[in-house]
Design a protein around this ligand. Structure first.
Ligand SMILES: Cc1cc2nc3c(=O)[nH]c(=O)nc-3n(C[C@H](O)[C@H](O)[C@H](O)COP(=O)(O)O)c2cc1C
Length: 387
């Protein structure tokens, strides 16, 4: 897939910054508070050194992994992201299509701008569905039934938004709930006419999974209504246990950082967790996902699949995560930036190619022919020794 002069997710993000109205770029890139957690995710990953191994035959090296009884072409997937079509109408569909074609998972958000049923016809068996259990149990049950009917076998229940994250960039731009775009935001959209025209020509943005709750609400009022249902300070493990009982396939709990919570997830019968600080978008003082991963691995049995997200940007980061105990990783922002930078048809494929090739390159430098060979032996300094 030719990408012009784009070879990395950093370059993709830089081009996206130029192409998107500032408020949209900020909505995607921004984090909570002072954005300490966003920086910490990157810093802690970068601090991990991996020890290469020479002269190991890696001529048959591959990036494939198996999780949840399914073989994928690489150890990464696309994290759930609400309002993806803000980047460009058709973003959800394009990402889902590339995930299917390149055989990686696509996790559709509860707050997606395209419905479960539409995306299921595109992503097919590569579709996972992310559920915000929220305050309305009947609403969540309906979403689960729809996901099941659409053929989804992996449900990802996100539990790290007891309250909405406070994101100063969105507040400044007027993109927080209630939506009140600032004058600067409105002027900036006028300075990005290509984005503006596409947005006007595309289908109207909305909470596609909640059309039946829309009634006479305007698009914005409806988005606000649904958003308020999704964050829920009253959510507890009993609710998650009920979800476990109701969902007949793989269940993953997303947004776990505390080893005790990881253990609890295992006890209630979850198949996996996403070790995640929501990309630094919720609790600014949260630890980086990568720094808590080893303690979580130690606390839980191998039966619990560990997926890591937040701050992963390169093939080396994917290898760092796997060597630190993850079975799989998800990436969020880079996929939206890829669509903004390279378009609907080129962007998603290009970024998957870049990340898979980078990962394979790293894997071979480490002397491994299979991602499953990555482990703490590849971390330097060696864990638990003075070497
Ligand atoms: C624009 C945007 C929207 C998001 N929406 C959701 C969502 O609807 N549900 C969810 O579980 N996580 C959501 N997330 C968090 C991602 O799933 C993921 O945890 C995070 O982006 C990973 O960090 P990264 O972007 O640094 O890779 C969102 C993230 C972004 C950037």
């Amino acid at each position: 897939m030719p990408t012009g002069r784009i070879f990395s997710t950093n370059q993709i993000a830089e081009r996206a910054r130029k192409r998107l109205p500032r408020a949209i770029f900020d909505f995607i890139e921004g984090g909570a508070g002072s954005e300490t957690a966003v920086g910490r995710n990157r810093d802690r990953l970068a601090q991990i050194a991996l020890m290469p191994q020479a002269l190991r035959d890696c001529s048959a090296a591959h990036a494939e992994v198996t999780i949840f009884d399914r073989r994928y072409s690489a150890p990464f997937g696309i994290a759930p992201m609400g309002f993806a079509d803000l980047v460009r109408p058709g973003t959800d569909r394009a990402l889902a299509g590339a995930a299917k074609a390149q055989n990686i998972p696509y996790v559709l958000s509860t707050a997606a701008t395209t419905s479960i049923e539409t995306i299921a016809t595109i992503a097919q068996d590569n579709l996972w569905f992310q559920l915000y259990p929220g305050s309305d149990e009947a609403m969540a049950a309906t979403l689960m039934e729809r996901a099941l009917k659409a053929g989804v076998t992996t449900l990802v229940a996100t539990v790290d938004i007891p309250v909405p994250g406070k994101r100063p960039r969105d507040l400044t731009n007027g993109l927080a709930i209630p939506l009140r775009p600032s004058l600067r935001t409105i002027l900036d959209v006028a300075l990005h006419p290509v984005w503006g025209l596409r947005a006007l020509r595309g289908e109207r943005l909305g909470m596609a999974n909640f059309v039946e709750n829309k009634g006479s609400l305007s698009g914005l009022a409806h988005a606000e209504f649904v958003s308020r249902q999704l964050s829920c300070p009253g959510l507890d493990w009993k609710r998650i246990e009920r979800i476990r009982q109701a969902w007949p396939h793989h269940l993953v709990i997303k947004g776990i950082l505390n080893p005790q919570d990881a253990l609890m997830a295992e006890r209630i019968g979850a198949d996996g967790i996403v070790v995640s600080n929501h990309g630094g978008r919720q609790l600014d003082s949260a630890p980086a996902s990568i720094e808590v991963l080893p303690a979580i691995r130690e606390a839980c049995s191998d039966r619990l699949t560990l997926i890591l997200d937040s701050g992963v940007r390169t093939g080396d980061d994917i290898a760092r995560s796997l060597a630190s105990g993850a079975d799989f990783v998800l990436l969020g922002r880079p996929f939206l930036f890829a669509v903004a930078a390279l378009g609907l048809s080129r962007g998603p494929d290009a970024i998957i190619d870049i990340l898979r090739a980078e990962f394979l390159n790293t894997l071979i430098h480490l002397g491994c022919a299979d991602p499953a060979e990555l482990g703490s032996d590849h971390l330097w300094p060696r864990q638990g020794s003075n070497q």
